[in-house]
Design a protein. Structure first.
Length: 94
């Protein structure tokens, strides 16, 4: 989350001070604690941050359970179990 949140903030051109003010903190350190992962973000603030950065809460704060490459490697005409096995293994066990 740390690097994703920082990258999204920078891509939008916001400083830590901008984000802290938007969340109602008096100093940027209140926000920086969230970005560095030293403080848990409340659900309310997670939605405020997501809205400010124009993305979803899930995109910022939740880890993906499967790598994106798995979705791209699945083939429609292939049996699903074989497709998943092939995506998980980079080499053949056969």
């Amino acid at each position: 989350m740390r690097y994703k949140l920082r990258a999204l903030r920078r891509d939008k051109g916001f400083t830590m001070e901008d984000m802290a003010q938007h969340l109602g903190y008096a100093h940027h350190s209140g926000y920086s604690e969230i970005e560095y992962g030293n403080k848990q973000v409340s659900l309310k603030n997670a939605f405020i941050i997501a809205a400010k950065l124009e993305c979803s809460v899930e995109e910022i704060f939740l880890k993906m359970s499967y790598p994106i490459r798995v979705e791209k490697e699945l083939r429609i005409n292939e049996p699903i179990n074989e497709s998943i096995r092939r995506a998980k293994c980079s080499h053949s066990w056969d």
